[in-house]
Design a protein around this ligand. Sequence first.
Ligand code: UT7
Length: 319
Amino acid sequence: MFARIAGVGGFVPGEPVTNQDLVRRGVDTSDEWIITRTGIRARHLAGPGTLASDLALEASRRALSAAETGADELDLIIVATSTPDCVFPGTSCILQTRLGNRGAMVFDLQAACSGFIYALNVAEKLIRAGSCRKALVVGAEIFSRILDWNDRATCVLFGDGAGAVVLEASEKAGILASVAHADGSYHAILSVPGHISDGKVAGDPFLRMDGQAVFRFAVRALFDVALECCSAAKVSPSDIDWFIPHQANLRIIDSTAKKLGIDSGRIIVTLDAHGNTSAASIPLALDAAVRDGRIRRGQKLLLEGVGGGFTWGAALLEF
Ligand code: UT7
């Protein structure tokens, strides 16, 4: 029994905000700097009042429709997010009721930018164990809420969005291997340190990052975990049809792909249009390439992510 992707959906809010738009809004940066250092050209930013569950709902409806699955058929919903609607209940519970599901096992998963890969891993294991048959796995983020717009080293990098997949138990091949890791000793190089205490935010409520330390960590972790996942699935990187990495920085993506021997024509890149949408980035990239017809049934996909924690992981699947 495999866990197989039955449908994919994605959603980004509003109109694209270009690098030039950020300059016009007063960020001390340039289109040239952002493109050269990251590959990002635009991102989408949610309007005031929009919450992660709003984005998750749209992406989930599209994934359920693609999978021809009713929300009432789901017996598991996982929402990977670091920007939940509220402290509790989980954004997954809010999503569940808005979709019209009752009774499924439902929880949020917090693994920053690796959240979707972690959630996919957990859903796969629950399906293979026979505990669930149909799962909705969502990455939904509104990172614009936790950005310090005076910190040009971080505020230009991120965007808002959501991506979702419906996973179902299947005798046909699906996820062949999924692996996930963490090393909390790196927690300080990418974090939002604040928390709520005595009715207000205690500590720093904004995303803080040591960009170069993150860069070094990401390049190493993404290469190692790709090899580990390929080996677990008994698939050579040369046999992968599409490489769908976390969309943080084109230089990280290119260097990982080069080391794996994956040519640029087999990489799905959406960070130019979305920026880094954290847990939403991989399903958004997957959705874009499924919708435009590049990804087809039967092809082998390598998904991988890395993020705050530090956390990282990969999944190799036959679509
Ligand atoms: O999901 C995981 C999350 N994060 C990542 O994967 C990010 C990983 N790291 C990176 O992508 C890169 O480290 C960055 C894109 C964040 C930064 O690139 P870098 O080549 O490491 O630049 P840097 O931090 O060394 O900064 C170089 C210069 C500095 O100026 P000086 O000191 O050389 O005069 C910065 O002040 O670039 C300056 N700078 C900017 N200039 C224009 C930093 N941010 C900006 C900006 N616009 N937005």
